[in-house]
Design a protein around this ligand. Structure first.
Ligand SMILES: Nc1ncnc2c1ncn2[C@@H]1O[C@H](COP(=O)(O)OP(=O)(O)OP(=O)(O)O)[C@@H](O)[C@H]1O
Length: 590
C-alpha cells in the first residue's frame, strides 16, 4: 500500500529560518511578493498593496486575483505547491515567486498566519478565511473580505514584535519594494515612486547625470567618477554602473545592488560582473535572471554567465571610448584603478592597447608609457623585480640600454604580451651580466699595467666566488658594480644548499655546481671612477686586499644583494682594516 509523506511543519520552518534565509526580515519581502504576483495574475496595471501596522499586528492587503476556497486548500495548505508554474512545472516568468514555500517565512515572526481572500475570477466566489498554525494545523471558514483580493494578517510571536513595528516595516518595504511596478503604501504613505531612476526621463543628459550622481550618493555614499549605462536585453537587464572615485583592492568582492523584476534581491550581490571589474558598483534590475531559493543571491546558470560577459564587455567599451574621446579623464581613471586595468590587459588586447598607450611604467629614462619606450628602443628590456630595477637602471640608462621595471604586479606579463598587439616588439628580460658588453674596455697598455693589481684583487675575492674585471663605464660616480647572471644566482643558491646538505646530497649538488662553474658573479671595477683608479694604483698586497674587499662589500650593499655570512665577515674585516690603516697613516688621505 502506498502512503503519503508526513511533514513536520516545525522542522520545515526551522530549516527555512536557520539555513535558507539569512534573516527573518525576509518575511515582509515574501508577503509583498505574493501580493504583487496576485496583482499580476489579475491582469496587472493599477494594483495597490496596502501595508498596515499597529494594534499588535501587521496586515497586507492586495487587490489581486484572490483565491477560491478550493484553491485555498490546494495552494495555501500544501507546502511546495505554487500557482506560479506552468503545466510542465516551470516557473512562470511573469511572477516573482516560484517555489511554493514563501508564505512559510511568515512563521519566522508569527505563530499564526491568517489569509482572508476572495477570488476575482468569478463574481459569486465566496470570501474565505484560512488560518494556518506553525504546528501544521489549519482551518478554513467563510467570511473576510468584501472585495476581490487578499489580506494577510500576522501577530508577532513573543520576541519578534520589533520586526513588525511601523518603522521597521516601513524600512523593509522601502528597501525591497520601492521600485515595484504597483503602488505600495505603508500606513497610508506611498513608498513606491517612479520606478528605476536610471530609466526615468530627463530634459537633458546633464540633468540626468546629476540625478544619477545624487542617487549614487544616497545609495552608496560616494560621488561617482563616471556613470555607465547597462543594458543586456537577453537577461532583461538594465541598470547603471557607478565608477568608484577611489582606488580599491582588486580582491575586494564586487558587491552590487540587484533587483529581479523590480523587487530587491539583495544589496550586495556577488558574481554579477567579471572579477576584474572591481572598480564599479552597479544597481541593476533583471527580468530574466533567476534567484536562488533563498532569494538572496543570483542563481549561477548560463544566462548569468553570458550576462556577466556582456556587462564586462560594456565596461570595456566605456574605457575604450574614454581613451578615444577624453584622455584627461582616462588618465585620471587610470591613476585610480591602475591595477584593475592591468588585470584586464592580461586577457584582452584592447585593454593591452590602452595600457600600452596610456599607462606610465617606471623606466631607466623616467616614467613613460610602453608605447613611448618602444619608440625609443627596439627591444623592451625589463627586469622582473623592483630590486633588480633599482640596482641596474642607472647603470643601464648610462649605457643607453633602456630598461623597464617589470617588477610591479602584472607588469612582466603585460610586457611579455606586447607582441600580441605589435609583432615587431621583442620583450627581453635583462640578463645583468650582458650589461658588461656595453662597458668600455680599458685600453690595452693600461690593461697590461693593471695585471699585477688585478691578480691581487682576484685573490682578495677568490674565496667569495666572484671574478674581478675592470671596465670603463658611466656613471663615473659608481666605483664598482656587482653583477650576477641568473645562472650565477642559481649557482649561488646551489652552493648555499650544499653547505647545509648532507654528504650524499652535496655530491649531487656539487655535480650540478661544476656544470655552471664558469658563470660566476662579477665585480666590475669602474676605471672611470677616481677612487677606483687610485685603488688600482696601490702596490701593497695587504692594502689591495682590504680596498678590493671594501669595494666588493659596498657594491653588494648598493645593489641590495643579499649578504651571506662570508660577505658580512669580509665587509667587517675590510672596514676595520681600512680604519686601522687610516689611523696609522693619518697623513695618507690628505
Ligand atoms: N496574496 C495572495 N493572493 C493570491 N494568492 C496567494 C497570495 N499569497 C499566496 N498565494 C497563493 O499561495 C501559493 C503559495 O504561496 P507561497 O508564497 O508559499 O509560494 P510562491 O509565491 O508560489 O513561491 P515562492 O516560494 O517562490 O514565494 C502561491 O503560489 C499563490 O497561489
Amino acid at each position: 500500500m502506498e502512503q503519503a509523506f508526513q511533514v513536520d511543519l516545525r522542522g520545515v520552518v526551522d530549516l527555512l529560518s536557520r539555513h535558507l534565509y539569512s534573516s527573518p526580515r525576509v518575511y515582509l519581502r515574501e508577503l509583498l511578493q505574493n501580493a504583487v504576483d496576485a496583482i499580476t495574475a489579475r491582469g496587472g496595471a493599477g494594483g495597490t498593496v496596502r501595508i498596515e501596522t499597529g494594534g499588535g499586528r501587521l496586515r497586507v492587503h492586495d487587490d489581486g486575483v484572490g483565491l477560491t476556497e478550493d484553491e485555498v486548500h490546494r495552494l495555501l495548505a500544501t507546502i511546495g505547491r505554487s500557482s506560479k508554474r506552468d503545466e510542465l512545472g516551470f516557473a512562470r516568468h511573469d511572477f516573482l515567486g516560484q517555489f511554493g514555500i514563501g508564505l512559510l517565512s511568515a512563521f519566522l515572526v508569527a505563530d499564526e498566519i491568517e489569509v482572508e481572500t476572495r477570488s476575482a475570477r468569478s463574481a459569486d466566489a465566496a470570501a474565505v478565511r484560512w488560518t494556518g498554525l506553525a504546528d501544521g494545523r489549519y482551518r478554513v471558514e467563510p467570511g473576510g473580505r468584501d472585495e476581490p483580493g487578499t489580506t494577510v494578517t500576522l501577530r508577532p510571536r513573543p520576541g519578534s514584535a520589533e520586526l513588525l513595528e511601523p518603522a521597521v516595516v516601513g524600512e523593509l518595504a522601502r528597501a525591497y519594494g520601492s521600485l515595484l511596478p504597483v503602488t505600495v503604501t505603508v500606513d497610508g504613505v506611498e513608498i513606491t515612486g517612479d520606478g528605476a531612476p536610471w530609466l526615468a526621463a530627463h530634459p537633458d543628459p546633464a540633468r540626468r547625470r546629476r540625478a544619477l550622481d545624487a542617487y549614487c550618493r544616497e545609495l552608496f555614499g560616494f560621488e561617482p567618477y563616471d556613470v555607465i549605462d547597462l543594458d543586456v536585453p537577453e537577461a532583461g537587464l538594465t541598470g547603471v554602473a557607478f565608477v568608484l572615485p577611489h582606488a580599491v583592492s582588486p580582491t575586494a568582492r564586487g558587491a552590487h545592488r540587484v533587483y529581479l523584476k523590480r523587487m530587491l534581491l539583495a544589496e550586495s550581490v556577488e558574481g554579477l560582473l567579471p572579477d576584474w571589474a572591481f572598480f564599479v558598483r552597479c544597481v541593476v534590475d533583471a527580468g530574466e535572471l533567476r534567484p536562488t531559493a533563498s532569494r538572496e543571491a543570483l542563481y549561477e546558470d548560463e544566462l548569468l554567465e553570458s550576462a556577466r560577459r556582456a556587462l564586462g564587455e560594456r565596461l570595456r567599451q566605456w574605457l575604450v571610448r574614454l581613451a578615444e574621446t577624453d584622455p584627461v579623464r582616462l588618465r585620471g581613471f587610470l591613476r585610480l584603478h591602475r591595477l584593475g586595468v592591468k588585470a584586464m590587459a592580461l586577457h584582452d588586447d584592447e585593454m593591452l592597447r590602452i595600457v600600452d598607450r596610456w599607462l606610465e611604467f617606471e623606466t631607466s629614462a623616467g616614467p613613460m608609457t610602453l608605447a613611448e619606450f618602444r619608440r625609443r628602443h627596439a627591444e623592451v628590456r625589463y627586469t622582473a623585480s623592483v630590486e633588480e630595477f633599482r640596482r641596474l637602471s642607472a647603470v643601464a640608462g648610462a649605457q643607453g640600454v633602456g630598461l623597464v621595471n617589470g617588477g610591479y604586479v602584472h607588469d612582466t606579463e603585460i610586457i611579455e604580451r606586447l607582441p600580441d598587439i605589435d609583432p615587431d616588439v621583442v620583450p627581453r628580460r635583462l640578463e645583468p651580466a650582458e650589461l658588461t658588453t656595453h662597458f668600455g674596455v680599458v685600453d690595452p697598455a693600461a690593461e697590461l699595467a693593471l695585471r699585477p693589481f688585478l691578480a691581487a684583487a682576484q685573490r682578495a675575492v677568490e674565496r667569495l666566488g666572484c671574478e674581478v674585471v675592470i671596465r670603463d663605464f658611466d656613471p663615473a660616480s659608481l666605483p664598482a658594480l656587482y653583477l650576477t647572471s641568473r645562472a650565477a644566482q642559481h649557482q649561488q643558491e646551489l652552493s648555499q644548499a650544499r653547505e647545509m646538505a648532507d654528504d650524499l646530497w652535496s655530491d649531487v649538488l656539487g655535480a650540478l655546481n661544476s656544470a655552471v662553474e664558469s658563470d660566476r658573479p662579477q665585480l666590475v671595477l669602474n676605471h672611470r671612477n677616481p677612487l677606483t683608479r687610485r685603488v688600482t694604483a696601490l702596490t701593497e698586497d695587504g692594502l689591495i686586499e682590504l680596498a678590493v674587499q671594501g669595494l666588493y662589500g659596498q657594491a653588494l650593499l648598493l645593489g641590495q644583494h643579499p649578504l651571506r655570512a662570508a660577505d658580512t665577515a669580509v665587509l667587517n674585516r675590510s672596514f676595520l682594516g681600512l680604519l686601522d690603516w687610516a689611523v696609522h697613516n693619518p697623513e695618507a688621505g690628505s
